[in-house]
Write a protein that binds this ligand. Structure first.
Ligand SMILES: Cc1cc2nc3c(=O)[nH]c(=O)nc-3n(C[C@H](O)[C@H](O)[C@H](O)COP(=O)(O)OP(=O)(O)OC[C@H]3O[C@@H](n4cnc5c(N)ncnc54)[C@H](O)[C@@H]3O)c2cc1C
Length: 402
C-alpha cells in the first residue's frame, strides 16, 4: 500500500500521523518549515493532555482564574471550575515552540516519515494522490504517491486550494511576547485576562496569557481589519500600560484564524482537518484541541475504511463530526456575534459571565469537552440575568456607550 500523506506537521498533522503510524499504516508528513513557530496564545484545556497523552511537563503555566474586562473596565472574575471541583481544573498555557516539536517527534518515533518540503501541486485520480513538493534544503522538486491525503496545513491550506476549494473567511490574530520585571510578572501569573472593546478588538477579544517567564499579549479581529491590527494591539498595550512597565518584547507574530468551518471536509482520497477545515471554535478562538481532535478522527476513519478511500467512505469523518459538534459550532458562532457585536453587547456579555451557572457550564464544556444538559432552574436564572443585563445596558441613560 502507498502511504497516507499528511500535509503540515503542526498540532493537527502530527496527531493524524501519530494515530496512523500507531495503527501500522505507512504515513508521510510533509512540513514546509520545521523551524517555524505557529503564532498562538497557547491556551489548552486539561482534556487535551489526557486524550492525547501530552506530558504535563509541556505546560508552561497553569492558570486557575479567568478575568473578563468589559469595555468600561468592569470585570467578571471567574474561577476555573466546572460543575464539580476536580483536581484537573485549570487552563494550561503552552508554548508552541515546545508542543509542536514534541508531537512531531512522537509521530516520527511511532514510524511516520517526516519530509521538510513545501507542497506545490496535488492531483487526485483513480490511481491515488500525486503530490509535488519543493524540498527545503535542496530546493529540488520531487513527487510523492499516496493512497490519500490529509490536509493539516492551516488557515491558508494549500491542500484545500489545490483541491479546488475556496479560501475560508478568516480573522487575523496578532500577538507580542513580552518579558516583564518580576513585580509586573507577578500581576499576571494567576489568570488568563480577556479584554473586550472596539478599540482593542471590534468583533473578537484581546488577551494577556501568562507563560512561565513571559506574557503573550494579543488580539484578534475579523475579515477586512488586517491593516488595523497593529493599532488594536497598541491600544491594548496602552490600556494595560502600567502593568507592562519595563517589559521587553522578544517576539512579534501574527497569523490568520479561520472563522467559519467548512461544511465539506471529506473528498475522494482527501480530508481536511484543523484550521484547514476551519474548525476553530467561535467566541473563544480555540483551535489547538479541535485540530488534534479532528486529525485523530480523520485518521481513525482511514484506519476503519482502508483500502477504501472513496468519497462515500471518507465522508463518515465529516458526518460524525457534524453530528457530534455541529450544534456547538453553531452556538459559539452565534454567541460571538451576539456577545462581541458592539460595545453595549460586550458589557452585557461581561455581565452574563458574572453569572455563576454560566461560569460553571462554560468551564465544564471548555475543560472537559462535555456538553452537559443545563437544569431548568439554572436556565431560568441565567436567562433572567441576561435579560436584566440587556435591559440595564440599553436603558436611555446608557446612550453614551453607542
Ligand atoms: C495569534 C493566535 C493565537 C491563538 N491562540 C490560541 C489559543 O490560545 N488556544 C487555541 O486553542 N488556539 C489558538 N489559536 C488557534 C491555533 O493556533 C490553531 O487553531 C491551530 O494551530 C491549528 O492547528 P493546525 O494543525 O490545524 O494548523 P497550523 O498549526 O496552522 O499548522 C499548519 C502547518 O502546515 C504547514 N504548511 C502550510 N503550508 C504548507 C505547505 N504548502 N506544505 C507543507 N506544509 C505546509 C505550516 O508550516 C504549519 O506547520 C491561535 C491562533 C493565532 C493566530
Amino acid at each position: 500500500m502507498k502511504p497516507i500523506l499528511v500535509v503540515g506537521a503542526s498540532v493537527g498533522g502530527s496527531t493524524a500521523a501519530n494515530t496512523l503510524a500507531d495503527a501500522g499504516i505507512p504515513v508521510v508528513m510533509l512540513e514546509r518549515d520545521l523551524s517555524w513557530v505557529k503564532p498562538c496564545g497557547g491556551a489548552l484545556p486539561p482534556v487535551a493532555f489526557e486524550e492525547f497523552a501530552i506530558p504535563q511537563s509541556l505546560i508552561s503555566r497553569k492558570v486557575s482564574k479567568a478575568v473578563i474586562h468589559s469595555p468600561s473596565e468592569r470585570k467578571a472574575e471567574i474561577d476555573v471550575v466546572g460543575l464539580e471541583e476536580r483536581a484537573n481544573d485549570y487552563v494550561a498555557m503552552v508554548c508552541r515552540e515546545d508542543l509542536d516539536p514534541y508531537l512531531r517527534q512522537r509521530a516520527v518515533n511511532q514510524g511516520a516519515q517526516l519530509i521538510e518540503g513545501k507542497l506545490v501541486d496535488l492531483s487526485v485520480d483513480a490511481d491515488g494522490v500525486t503530490a509535488t513538493y519543493t524540498e527545503k534544503n535542496s530546493k529540488v522538486q520531487k513527487t510523492l504517491k499516496a493512497e490519500a491525503v490529509i490536509g493539516a496545513d492551516g488557515a491558508y491550506s494549500p491542500t484545500a486550494r489545490l483541491l479546488g476549494l475556496p479560501r475560508l473567511p478568516y480573522c487575523i490574530a496578532i500577538q507580542e511576547r513580552i518579558r516583564l520585571p518580576g513585580d509586573k510578572m507577578a500581576l499576571w501569573e494567576e489568570a488568563a485576562h480577556l479584554y473586550l472593546g472596539e478599540e482593542v478588538s471590534p468583533d473578537l477579544y484581546a488577551w494577556v496569557f501568562p507563560k512561565s517567564d513571559h506574557v503573550a499579549v494579543g488580539c484578534g479581529a475579523g475579515p477586512g481589519k488586517t491593516r488595523e491590527m497593529r493599532q488594536l494591539l497598541s491600544n491594548l498595550k496602552d490600556r494595560i500600560a502600567s502593568d507592562l512597565e519595563g517589559g521587553e518584547t522578544f517576539i512579534e507574530e501574527a497569523h490568520a484564524l479561520p472563522i467559519h468551518p467548512r461544511k465539506r471536509m471529506a473528498f475522494e482520497r482527501a480530508m481536511l482537518v484543523g484550521d484547514a477545515a476551519g474548525l476553530v471554535a467561535g467566541t473563544s478562538g480555540e483551535g489547538i484541541y479541535w485540530a488534534m481532535k479532528s486529525a485523530a478522527r480523520a485518521a481513525e476513519t482511514l484506519i476503519e475504511t482502508l483500502p477504501d478511500t472513496s468519497l462515500a467512505a471518507l465522508r463518515r469523518y465529516e458526518q460524525r463530526w457534524w453530528k457530534e459538534y455541529g450544534t456547538m459550532y453553531r452556538f459559539l458562532q452565534w454567541l460571538q456575534g451576539w456577545g462581541y457585536g458592539n460595545r453595549r453587547q460586550m458589557e452585557v456579555f461581561t455581565d452574563m459571565c458574572r453569572n455563576h451557572h454560566v461560569q460553571q457550564f462554560t468551564f465544564e464544556s471548555y475543560m472537559h469537552k462535555q456538553m452537559t444538559p443545563v437544569p431548568w432552574l439554572s436556565q431560568m436564572q441565567m436567562t433572567g440575568d441576561i435579560i436584566a443585563a440587556q435591559v440595564r445596558h440599553y436603558l436611555p441613560t446608557q446612550r453614551a456607550w453607542t
